[in-house]
Design a protein around this ligand. Structure first.
Ligand SMILES: [Zn+2]
Length: 162
């Protein structure tokens, strides 16, 4: 059960029974177990809370158990059937691991592709600069160069610069 579920399951009367204390009197009071000599019964029991008009002790069902037994909230919580969320199953953590790995690989590939694109474009521009400074190419070379550029463009390696 979660904390809220426990709160919905038990009221203060259930808690008193668990602590082996008598039921509240007609006015809803019990003798306070948190201070000595409470002959007048000054601890008022509400549905989900309590308040002592003698010593000022107050709180909810958890704090009553904590105070009464002198234990931590965690222990009181467990005592009332509380459960902390179960640890992630091996299968779940494995699939999370795989998803992360996959994303990592995807990112790496993208970076690699971008670098390749850049390298190719750098080569092409170097080549263009070289061409512009050398003597005109033969018809055959021009055809080759144009064909190469077209291929690269179709392979999306060469960016369209027009
Ligand atoms: Zn008291």
């Amino acid at each position: 059960m979660t904390k809220e579920e426990i709160k919905q399951t038990f009221n203060m009367r259930d808690i008193l029974a668990k602590c082996g204390l008598p039921e509240p009197n007609r006015a809803g009071f019990i003798k306070c177990p948190f201070h000595k000599g409470d002959h007048d019964a000054s601890l008022k029991i509400y549905d989900k809370d309590f308040h002592c008009f003698g010593c000022g002790a107050n709180g909810d069902i958890f704090s009553f158990i904590q105070k009464f037994y002198g234990i931590s909230f965690k222990d009181a919580f467990l005592m009332l059937g509380g459960e902390y969320e179960k640890k992630m199953s091996f299968k779940t953590s494995l699939s999370i691991y795989h998803a992360n790995k996959e994303r990592e690989m995807r990112d790496k590939n993208e970076v690699k592709l971008k670098e390749e694109h850049k390298l190719n474009n750098d080569l092409i521009s170097l080549y263009r600069r070289f061409l512009s400074k050398s003597k005109p190419l033969s018809e055959a070379w021009c055809d080759c160069y144009n064909a190469l550029q077209l291929e690269l463009y179709h392979a999306e390696i060469l960016e369209d610069r027009k």
